[in-house]
Design a protein around this ligand. Structure first.
Ligand code: ADP
Ligand code: ZN
Ligand code: ZN
Length: 721
């Protein structure tokens, strides 16, 4: 018999140990099994399998526990390959999470442990069988068609030979069988040559290809031709019969990357992002596993696809926060990408106009190999005009669209060009306050002020998504004087643009307009085809978009993000401004950018206006150094959530007491309530990350009760909000 050590879906999520079961059938590590645990049938992953001559009783005696049989073996072949198992072990160490949670995050939900009840869709196929039968001439025709083109989907044959297909089966000339449904092909078969690379791009390609390092940072202005460099590197990897993974931060960016990739290569392309339904994801997963897909374009979780032989990984916009997973395990896609590049002996190219401070600091220290593209392909940077909002408002101008912006919009429309207006806030008004007591309306479930959305005429919580009608009276003072409105979001901006430029065609892209399937794609396609003149949107529209007719970008309330308390708020704001500005003037016409801000002298604004990353990097590094913030230190954040305020604080204080080591602990910090949960946070800050991790690990060992609590562990958090 075989003894199998399995990680199971334990009801207590943070239990991280294997349990032993036996099986008479052989089984290998990495497959899934059904086992019983506390009288429940749960899913497990085989971690280790050992053959033994013992009986289950003997083995149980030796191990000091009863050993039960495995109920069912679910896979023939391991889902978790040796490579992925090794990666899971590293992720577990790095992110201080459980093994099972690492396995869960690696697999598409159709094969994820907790959702095996979902059915995998099968299709009916038909193939010839041996043996002699007599056929009518028409049946013979169908037979020959199947012989020459089969095996094929039964439905396909039925379509061509509606009456004969079934006869072939009943007469025994052919048989039907089931196959898992496969993804429709996105192979274009067409290969178009890209533009000839300029000298700088050519040098970048050679430097990366001839280098002996694994990780490269390709740093270049927006529009400096980084994507063309990726595509050239990719084509060389494909020529060697290898697979290529291209990671993009958001699904909004996948359509654009997909069309560039699929136009360039005739190869099979897989697409993997959170907008796919479970069946679609599963089909893409299988395309990669079978080796059918040569190129994959995907978001964060695509880094775990079962590649057989990777020749290149590209991580575009490597600084983007969506590469970090919010839920547990709070892994960073970059770490997984580095692991996989090392495993496959291939190169990882991180690309960005605004690399994260950590990455650029590493590149300067030669931990990553720095390759720079200095000039934009069209050799012009957009011209940036800073509009101080306070001055404009003093002069009685609109605080939404100032005179300067209005003038330039008009000019753009007159020339038949396109404009993008970025406002990183959705909804109509950002706040409603009681006219009597001045209290803002807040979410009932979160300590968050509600935004007013005009389309639904409701107040919406941007934290939990709940929506409420506007109350008749103030919940605080019961006054019926009504509410005053403050601030504006994309919905109101769209309205304002339409009012002031009635002949302009306006599209809006934000979480509200893209919640439908392919919402992003539809809006971007329409804008790309110049079916609209002005695109209004949140940060979704700031990144990656490449539309030659866009010659004006307006950034509204551009420095709003600076007022946040997060240690990365300047970096995030700078990135957003740089990225947004980079959408302007990418083709032959020079681009313009209007930056409406409250603090025109802030270094993040000044550096963004000059499109000068290194200036920002130097300034920001000084501030980070003074405050001993990352990358000069490491952080681990521990966040307890509970419905009970006291329980939450008590757990946080207990952790604070229990944490010891060469680091500082900051806390207990109360956070705004979210979804009816109180939250308290502790932060570990220090220079020895391993010691910090070890302290957290031993905290959970010495205080096992903590495991039953809802505690989010985030090593190297990207945000502390
Ligand atoms: P990035 O990824 O750095 O933002 P892209 O690769 O998207 O830059 O290039 C910006 C624009 O310039 C794109 O429209 C692209 O097609 C074009 N482009 C890039 N490289 C060249 C080249 N060598 N010759 C002509 N056009 C190019
Ligand atoms: Zn009131
Ligand atoms: Zn809420």
């Amino acid at each position: 018999m075989y003894l199998l050590d399995c990680y199971i879906e334990h009801p207590v999520r943070s239990i991280d140990q294997t349990f032993t079961y036996y099986s008479e059938e052989p089984a290998v590590p990495g497959i899934r099994v059904m086992v019983s645990f506390n009288h429940r049938s749960v899913l497990g992953f085989v971690e280790q399998a050992a053959e033994t001559d013992e009986t289950p009783e003997e083995a149980g005696k030796r191990l000091g526990c009863e050993i039960k049989p495995v109920d069912q073996i679910l896979d023939q072949e391991p889902l978790i390959t040796e490579e992925l198992a090794e990666l899971a072990r590293q992720m577990k160490q790095d992110t201080l999470s459980t093994m099972i949670s690492c396995y869960q995050v690696m697999l598409p939900s159709k094969v994820k442990p907790k959702t095996t009840s979902q059915h995998i869709i099968e299709e009916k196929w038909i193939r010839l069988c041996d043996g002699e039968v007599s056929l009518t001439p028409k049946e013979l025709e169908a037979y020959c068609f199947l012989r020459d083109n089969g095996p094929m989907k039964y439905a396909e044959l039925r379509q061509k030979y509606p009456n004969q297909a079934r006869a072939l089966v009943t007469k025994g000339a052919a048989e039907t069988y089931s196959m898992e449904k496969e993804a429709a092909s996105v192979k274009t078969g067409i290969v178009t040559a890209g533009p000839e690379l300029n000298a700088e791009q050519q040098a970048a390609v050679s430097e990366i290809e001839s280098g002996s390092d694994t990780v490269y940072l390709l740093h270049g202005q927006t529009g400096s031709g980084k994507t063309e460099v990726y595509l050239r590197l990719a084509s060389h990897a494909l020529e060697q019969g290898k697979q290529v993974l291209i990671l993009v931060p958001e699904i909004a960016l996948t359509p654009q990357m997909i069309s560039r990739v699929s136009e360039r290569f005739g190869e099979e392309l897989a697409i993997y992002h959170s907008g796919l339904n479970p069946q679609e994801k599963y089909e893409q997963y299988r395309m990669v596993k079978s080796g059918r897909a040569a190129v994959v374009v995907g978001t964060r979780s695509a880094v775990f696809l079962p590649f057989q032989s990777l020749g290149l990984i590209v991580m575009d916009e490597e600084h983007d926060p969506s590469y970090k997973q919010d839920s547990q395990p709070a892994y960073h896609c970059r770490d997984a990408a580095i692991f996989r590049a090392e495993y496959h002996h291939c190169k990882l190219v991180l690309g960005s106009a605004t690399p994260s401070l950590e990455t650029f600091a590493r590149a300067l220290k030669n931990v990553y190999h720095l390759v720079t593209l200095k000039t934009r392909v069209n050799n012009t940077l957009p011209e940036v005009t800073i509009v101080p909002l306070r001055d404009a408002m003093k002069q009685g101008q609109s605080y939404i669209i100032t005179d300067v912006l209005a003038q330039k919009l008009e000019e753009t429309l007159r020339q038949g060009k396109q404009a993008i207006l970025l406002l990183n806030r959705r909804g109509y008004h950002t706040m409603l306050r009681c006219r009597s007591c001045k209290e803002p309306l807040k979410c009932r479930h979160c300590d968050i002020t509600l935004s007013y959305h005009h389309a639904t005429k409701t107040m919406v919580c941007h934290s939990c998504g709940a929506s409420f009608p506007i109350p008749r009276e103030c919940p605080s003072c019961h006054s019926r004087e009504g509410f005053a409105t403050y601030g504006f979001g994309t919905e109101k901006l769209e309205q304002e643009v339409k009012d002031r430029f009635p002949s302009a065609r306006v599209l809006r892209m934000d979480a509200d307009t893209t919640s439908v399937k392919n919402g992003h794609e539809r809006i971007l396609n329409a804008f790309g085809k110049h079916e609209a003149d002005i695109l209004v949107g949140t940060q979704m529209i700031a990144k990656g978009l490449d539309y030659p007719d866009v010659t004006l970008v307006g950034i509204l309330n551009g420095d709003e993000g600076l007022s946040r308390t997060d240690y990365r708020s300047c970096e995030v704001t700078f990135d957003l401004l740089m990225q947004a500005a980079g959408r302007s003037g990418r083709a032959d016409t020079k681009g313009e950018v209007v930056l409406q801000v409250f603090d025109p002298d802030h270094y993040a604004v000044v550096a963004a206006a000059r499109q000068d990353y290194e200036l920002f990097f130097r300034m920001e590094m000084n501030y980070r150094h003074a405050a001993m913030q990352p990358p000069y230190t490491y952080l681990i954040s521990l966040t307890v959530s509970s419905r009970q305020e006291e329980a939450c604080e008590a757990a946080a204080h207990a952790m604070l007491q229990g944490l010891q080591g060469p680091f500082r602990t900051i806390g207990v910090i109360p956070l705004p309530r979210r979804r009816d949960s109180f939250r308290s946070r502790l932060i570990l800050k220090g220079q020895n990350l391993d010691a910090m991790r070890e302290a957290v690990r031993s905290l959970f060992e010495t205080m096992p009760d903590l495991r039953k609590k809802d505690i989010r562990i985030d090593v190297n958090p990207m945000t502390l909000e």
